[in-house]
Design a binder for this molecule. Structure first.
Ligand SMILES: NC(=O)c1ccc[n+]([C@@H]2O[C@H](COP(=O)([O-])OP(=O)(O)OC[C@H]3O[C@@H](n4cnc5c(N)ncnc54)[C@H](O)[C@@H]3O)[C@@H](O)[C@H]2O)c1
Length: 304
């Protein structure tokens, strides 16, 4: 199949592109390199530097006749989304809407979209299933929810085949340690540099951490089974930020210090999702424990 992976020079998109290449697909990557890096583009993929929120990108979709589009390009810095919600919306809503319309009009067979459990806001029922209330508490969650609604409109009204994957907290090799999300990458980088990282809040906030290898496998499963609508892709396990820090210290053999600072706006107290529906639809399930995943990620950061 000829597959477009947007955001394929970024963290998650580059792993998906690699998985699709391994499976023998023709992979084209579109990324504007605002956060991604050319060195993340896997060998064998074609790269185009384009903004998803542009007429050139829409024309590109029409010219290339893709079988499938996997959309991972996004603005995803939560704090920046609070400061610059218009920028966040222009990429995540308008860019995604342009892609969806062009996909339908150009005859794309299937679209896979990256969403996030940030659309839920505060988690009230854990582990959160797909019918959990949706009340985003930051512009990033609002824009991703709008993307989901446009995708559901394209699917239900126009018959476009769409899978929407809501991830929890993804970590692993190639995650940007200079972003503001991704506590494992940020803390690994700081510990290895001998710097002191800041925990926002008391460190008791619980997260559902999912290794990027498992996310790439979920995108392979979504390509094969093409389940329709919204699915939670998560590990259905929990660890506090303080526990993650302890695992990182153990893995690196260090007793490095951390400091505690104010909690971040728009950061929920607990996140944990249920992948039951996605597992039933595709047979996918996460296979990397947090301990193994941290060890493997630490090796990559040490080698970098
Ligand atoms: N990392 C996580 O924990 C996580 C959790 C839930 C959902 N997601 C979603 O997964 C997707 C990928 O996230 P990631 O962690 O790999 O982030 P990332 O920043 O590494 O990847 C996003 C890529 O999109 C590119 N991009 C941004 N704006 C663009 C534009 N206008 N046109 C073209 N390219 C553009 C960036 O350069 C970057 O390479 C995003 O949609 C994000 O919302 C990530």
């Amino acid at each position: 199949m000829k597959i477009l992976v947007t955001g394929g020079a970024g963290f998650i998109g580059s792993h998906i592109a690699e998985t699709y290449l391994e499976d023998g697909h023709e992979v084209v990557i579109v990324d504007d390199l605002s956060m991604g890096k050319l060195q993340n583009v896997p060998n064998g993929a074609r790269f185009e530097n384009l903004d998803v929120n542009s007429d050139e990108f829409v024309q590109f979709i029409f010219n290339e006749h893709f079988d499938v589009i996997n959309h991972h390009a996004a603005h995803m810095e939560l704090r920046v989304s609070v400061e610059k919600p218009v920028h966040d919306a222009s990429v995540n809503i308008i860019g995604s809407l342009r892609l969806l319309e062009a996909a339908r009009r150009s005859g794309v067979q299937h679209v896979i979209l990256a969403s996030t459990t940030a659309v839920l806001g505060e988690f009230v029922d854990l582990p959160a299933t797909e019918d959990h209330p949706v009340r985003p508490i930051a512009p990033y969650g609002v824009s991703k929810r709008a993307m989901e609604l446009y995708a559901e409109y394209e699917r239900l009204v126009h018959g476009l085949s769409v899978t929407i994957l809501r991830y929890t907290n993804v970590y692993g090799p190639r995650q940007n340690p200079n972003g503001e999300s991704g506590v494992i990458a940020i803390f690994l980088e700081k510990f290895l540099q001998g710097a002191i990282p800041t925990i926002h809040g008391d460190g008791l906030q619980e997260r559902d951490y999912l290794h990027v290898y498992d996310v790439a496998c979920a995108n392979r499963a979504a390509l094969i089974a093409r389940p329709q609508g919204i699915y939670h892709v998560c590990s259905d396990s929990k660890a506090s930020v303080n526990e993650v820090v302890d695992m990182l210290r153990e893995t690196l053999g260090t007793d490095s210090k951390v400091v505690y600072g104010p909690a971040k706006a728009g950061d929920p107290a607990r996140t944990r999702g249920s992948h039951k529906a996605f597992t039933e639809a595709t047979q996918w399930r996460p296979s990397t424990s947090l301990k193994e995943g941290i060890q493997e990620t630490a090796k990559w950061f040490q080698a970098k």
